[in-house]
Write a protein that binds this ligand. Structure first.
Ligand SMILES: Cc1ncc(COP(=O)(O)O)c(C=O)c1O
Length: 334
């Protein structure tokens, strides 16, 4: 009734048979929570989405430590006192992919408050940590990567920084994302772009956004209520490597319509061109030249066929792992 003929999600071809839970591997079917768990009623979860790519040297997890660092930061913001360490969570992810025998997958670590007692106060409830994995296709469709997608500006604003911390990747933030996504889908768009509480461009329901104007790449700063995206950081690094000027700056809604190129970035969306916004054609209505260069470099790096600007790939079978965590989370100001 409310969903009209909204498109279904992407296909899920294979799911890992095991899930990592609080330090051990359990069967997928045994990964269950009680219906009275705090998280179900009050949204008390933080999570990550990480891609593991197929390469000639076997599966390789993209920017694993940066993702796990963000997970731990999200947990810290929500005063989740736990003992899981960065090293342990990274090792667990590598083990999970290895045991799953998947060539490529999407990893979903989550920390949440389970069932302990009733009421809003989160502290009495036990913390649980799980990591699941499945093979996921292109989030916005196979076609989207080449031809781009049609999007709208949402009537829903992104969360203001003093109502919900957007820097934290919390489950509750995705109620806002769901409103943006549903509105877009029922109106025939693939995705929605939300403005921040001042009216500046913020991000998609699950993606950061980039604009190209006169050969210069721009993206909203952290102060525009965005999630500090790891793909966003990767694209900024790639632009520097390609000597394409890139700046973080406040962007007016109207600047979207008159941009030469637009694209989304995200773990799920990777680098996805946008061809129309509110039915206004962007550039010549197809993937732009700069978007294509960035996209191509991104896919070469994730396929392991070109060295990354940093140690971005953790090879699961060879046990090579990175030590470098380079996303600048502190830069939350204009
Ligand atoms: C709201 C939101 N913004 C941006 C992103 C992109 O972040 P990342 O590149 O780290 O996946 C995501 C995806 O996780 C997201 O959900």
């Amino acid at each position: 009734m409310f969903s009209k003929d909204a498109p279904k999600d992407v296909k899920t071809p294979r799911i890992a048979a095991e899930v990592w839970h609080n330090g051990e591997f359990i069967k997928w079917d045994e990964a269950r929570v009680h219906v009275m768990a705090h998280v179900l009623h009050y949204g008390s979860s933080v999570f990550e989405g990480i891609r593991c790519y197929k390469t000639a040297r076997g599966p390789a997890v993209f920017r694993l430590r940066e993702h796990m660092r963000r997970l731990l930061n999200s947990a810290k913001i929500y005063r989740m006192d736990h003992d899981w360490t960065l090293d342990e969570l990274c090792a667990a992810s590598v083990d999970l992919v290895r045991r799953s025998e998947l060539e490529q997958c999407y990893l979903r670590p989550i920390i949440f408050r389970g069932f302990g007692t009733f009421g809003v106060n989160p502290f009495p409830n036990p913390l649980e940590c799980y990591i699941g994995a499945w093979d996921w296709g292109k989030y916005l469709g196979e076609e989207a990567i080449e031809h781009g997608i049609d999007v709208c500006v949402s009537s829903w604003n992104r969360l203001s920084p003093n109502s919900m911390p957007v820097m934290a990747k919390s489950g509750a933030n995705y109620m806002n994302s769901q409103l943006i996504k549903m509105e877009a889908l029922v109106n025939g768009f693939a995705e929605g772009i939300a403005l921040d509480d001042r009216g500046f461009v913020s991000e998609g329901s699950g993606e950061n956004i980039f604009l190209v104007h006169d050969g210069k790449v721009m993206t909203p700063p952290l102060s525009s209520s965005i999630l500090p995206g790891i793909t966003r950081d990767s694209v900024i690094e790639i632009c520097r490597e390609l000597e394409i000027p890139v700046v973080e700056q406040g962007i007016q809604r109207a600047a979207l319509y008159v941009s030469d190129e637009l694209f989304f970035t995200g773990t799920a969306a990777e680098v996805t061109p946008i061809r129309t916004v509110d039915r206004i054609t962007i550039g010549d209505g197809r993937r732009g030249k700069i978007t294509e260069r960035i996209q191509q470099r991104f896919f070469e790096i994730t396929a392991g066929t070109r060295p990354a600007p940093g140690n971005w790939l953790t090879y699961v079978r060879t046990e090579e792992t990175d030590e470098k965590v380079s996303v600048n989370y502190a830069a939350a100001m204009d």
